[in-house]
Design a protein around this ligand. Structure first.
Ligand code: URA
Length: 239
C-alpha cells in the first residue's frame, strides 16, 4: 500500500497533514527518510517510523454497522447501495461482512477483515444465537411458538433447530425470534412455514454483540473495548 495511505490510516491524519509530514522528512521507511508519499510499503514487513517512533499497523478492523433497508451485503452492486457505500473500505480493501442480511432487512451487521473471528461466529457448529425483531402480516399464536421450538420443515434436508419465538401481547404481529443457525432467508422461511409473511425484519443481536440505540440506520462505529474482549473470547472458542 502507499506510504501516505499507511500514515493516514495509522495516525488518523488527513491527506494534507500526512503529505506535509512526509515532505518535512519526519517519516522513515526501514531507517531511511522517505519523501515520496506514493512509495509502496508492506505494512507487515516494512518498519515505518514517524518522528523516530515506530508505527504499528492494526492487523484487524472491527465495526458494528446499522444496516439500513435497501442496501445489499456485497462489495459491489451496479443497481443498489452496498454496505460499503456507508462504511469506507480500508486501505487494504479486505473488509467483509460477517454473514449477510437480505436487502430489505435492517439492523446489526458486523464488518471485519478477521477471518477467524468471522468463521467462529458463523460456523454452524458454534450455534451462535441471532435475535430478530419482525412484524408479521398475521398475529403469532401459541401454536407458532411451539412449532418454532420443535423445529420447522422449510424445504431443506433437515428441519430447523429449535428456535425461540415470542410475541407482543398487545400486538401479536410484533414478534421476536432467536435462531442458532444461519440458513438462507431463514426467518422468512420459518415464518412462511407457519402460514405467515414477514413484513419487516431487523436483526437485534448476534452472539454477544447487540445493536445499540446510538447508531441510526446507515451509521457505523468501531468496536468498544468490551466488544474487543468478546472478539478474544470468540477467537479463543470460549463462548
Ligand atoms: N432471515 C431472513 O429471512 N433474512 C435475513 O436477512 C436474515 C435472517
Amino acid at each position: 500500500m502507499r506510504l501516505d495511505r499507511f500514515i493516514c490510516e495509522c495516525c488518523k491524519t488527513t491527506r494534507s497533514e500526512t503529505k506535509k509530514t512526509i515532505k518535512q522528512g519526519r517519516v522513515k521507511v526501514n531507517g531511511l527518510v522517505m519523501h515520496d508519499g506514493s512509495f509502496k510499503v508492506d505494512p507487515m514487513s516494512d518498519v515505518i517510523a514517524m518522528d523516530g517512533q515506530e508505527l504499528s499497523y492494526e492487523a484487524f478492523s472491527y465495526y458494528v454497522f446499522h444496516k439500513p433497508h435497501g442496501c445489499v451485503c456485497a462489495n459491489q452492486d451496479n443497481l443498489h447501495k452496498t454496505v460499503f457505500s456507508y462504511v469506507p473500505m480500508n486501505a487494504r480493501g479486505d473488509l467483509f461482512t460477517v454473514g449477510r442480511l437480505d436487502k430489505d432487512t435492517e439492523g446489526l451487521l458486523l464488518i471485519t477483515n478477521d477471518g477467524v473471528f468471522s468463521h467462529n461466529l458463523l460456523s454452524p457448529k458454534k450455534h451462535v444465537a441471532k435475535t430478530y425483531f419482525a412484524i408479521w402480516d398475521h398475529p403469532a399464536t401459541e401454536e407458532d411458538v411451539i412449532a418454532f421450538k420443535e423445529g420447522l420443515d422449510i424445504g431443506d434436508e433437515k428441519p430447523t433447530k429449535s428456535a425461540k419465538l415470542s410475541y407482543d401481547e398487545c400486538d401479536p404481529t410484533h414478534v421476536t425470534i432467536t435462531i442458532s443457525e444461519g440458513r438462507f432467508h431463514q426467518v422468512k422461511r420459518m415464518t412462511q412455514a407457519v402460514g405467515k409473511e414477514v413484513c419487516y425484519l431487523k436483526r437485534l443481536s448476534m452472539g454477544k454483540f447487540t445493536l445499540d440505540d446510538t447508531l441510526a440506520p446507515g451509521e457505523y462505529r468501531s468496536f468498544t473495548e468490551r466488544e474487543m474482549n468478546y472478539v478474544t473470547e470468540y477467537k479463543g472458542g470460549h463462548f
